[in-house]
Design a protein around this ligand. Sequence first.
Ligand SMILES: C[S@@+](CC[C@H](N)C(=O)[O-])C[C@H]1O[C@@H](n2cnc3c(N)ncnc32)[C@H](O)[C@@H]1O
Length: 334
Amino acid sequence: MTLNERLSLPFEQGLLDTVGDAPVVAIRANPASVYEEFGSLVCVQGFKPIHDALQQHGFPVVAEVPQGQSAAMVIVELTRSKAETLANVAIGYGLLDPGGILVVDGIKTDGIESVLKAVKKLLPVEGTLSKAHGKVFWLSKSGTPPEFADWAEALVPAPNADGYFTAAGMFSPDASDAGSALLADKIGGKLKGKGADLGAGWGWLAHQALASNPAITELALHEAEHSALACARSNVTDPRAGFHWSDVCTLSGPSDHDFIVMNPPFHQSRKAEPELGRQFIHTAAKLLHAKGTLWMVANRQLAYEAALNGHFHTWEYLEQSPGFKCIKASKPKR
Ligand SMILES: C[S@@+](CC[C@H](N)C(=O)[O-])C[C@H]1O[C@@H](n2cnc3c(N)ncnc32)[C@H](O)[C@@H]1O
């Protein structure tokens, strides 16, 4: 059994059963949140590192909710985006057969209370249990359709105020990030040849890099979030761009890049995880050739300097603003 201790409670207490061999869909599943006892399970996880971890555990996993899928039970794991979670609740409810069970699980700091409140306004919640700094609640599908049709729209890519396609849950969906904008100002006319954007999101920085650097011959956009990469394909139509669903922390390839640009992620949960950015620096150093250059921006308080010393012979601050630091690093160490 690998179900997390909170999600396993209603099953252990006999309040819910595992529905035999009927189909179960776990949306935003992670290896801790799925039950080996489910007879017919589909995990949905578009974030590559967790997707790969599910696969390594032997669970069937897809990146997007499959078309035409139906389910006797749907489990929705919270993400940090309430709009995304509510969309997953609406989508999950839509997959259920009549009488099917929707289970929602998450921690307080990701907002389980406010999701529960929103769901309760529309549907009768049948059970709630608290454990391990979070809550699990469930309800069954009734004959009357609830009024949450517009919740699901949060996950349908739509143009933001600047005309870029984005959706809920992605990095900075409403506008370009201030750090990325700072870096974009530094790279105009400086990039040529083969390059990559590590953690490309929905493509803002890559779009700027291509627009301001005619000497770029190819730019690989590496992004872990499947849906963000799909938006990047719509936002970056330059034929020099290539799109890769990648986990940059484990990415490898020939050391043949002339340049790397990146605004690395600094958390997966709510707390800062500078180790992620350090792994991005390591990958950048591996992909660059001996004369290649890394251009990166980071939140100023994140300690990347030791990693830069460890992986590059030379680096410098291009700018340090109150919030961000822009860094240029060259001569990767082998
Ligand atoms: C700070 S955002 C930068 C987005 C974009 N480059 C921009 O400047 O607007 C970092 C991106 O890295 C992605 N990311 C997080 N972990 C990743 C991983 N292990 N591999 C690849 N991308 C990852 C996130 O989904 C996010 O889109």
